[in-house]
Design a protein around this ligand. Sequence first.
Ligand code: OAD
Ligand code: ZN
Length: 236
Amino acid sequence: MAVMREIRNIVILTGAGISAESGIDTFRGAGGLWENHRVEDVATPEAFARDPQLVLRFYDMRREAIQTRQPNAAHTALARLDAEWPGDLLIVTQNVDDLHERGGARRVLHMHGEHLKAWCTRCDSRHAWSDPLVDRPPCPKCGARSLRPDVVWFGEVPYHMDRIYRALREADLFVSIGTSGAVYPAAGFVQNARELGARTLELNLEPSQGSRLFHESRLGPASELVPAWVDELLAG
Ligand code: OAD
Ligand code: ZN
């Protein structure tokens, strides 16, 4: 049996697959968001400059939809792990929904931003936001009609990268949940963590693009795999 490093510090990367069973569309594959929308039309700074109404309407619909959805068993299991795990733990999510937080998790970073925040590009302030942006409401701070969704678009730099790489350096265990491994830099985290000595585990409905980079891959729905894995980990 291989000697395993004791697990103290954990980094968990989540993607759209963890929210799929809550009724939030994933991006790729059948029925995914990118099947009906061209990324270049709605999720780039160029698209926003060209047709702000189209982009704002797209995000208004998504913002409205997530507010009708509820966390599932995978979110609440991670929240339990967060509450009970004595070592360092960081949930890095690519998701822009707030289901980790509503499920009760606290140590969460949104590397691709959040639907429920607006960012004023005039004064660089950020505001909790649940209403539409398409009618260009004024910024609560400076009054400019310069609010955009606080979501990272293609071609923009993801948030919190310094903190994420620091956590990956310290990680004994890296777990990837419900992500296709198609978008960098998140898709590269498994290699970063593994090179630095972490054990790596994937929990996904089907093998992701980087499946073979993981020490172990478990296939199935997140609502079943995640609670089972959390039970196992907390049982020691
Ligand atoms: P994807 O839609 O690319 O991948 C979702 C993954 O979840 C797939 O591998 C599915 O097999 C898996 N999956 C689906 N249902 C599942 C379930 N019930 N349980 C477990 N796994 C399930 O979504 P992401 O990988 O999150 O970025 O996409 C990454 C980024 O690409 C997103 O953050 C977004 C997107 O374009 C930006 O918008 C910047
Ligand atoms: Zn402002």
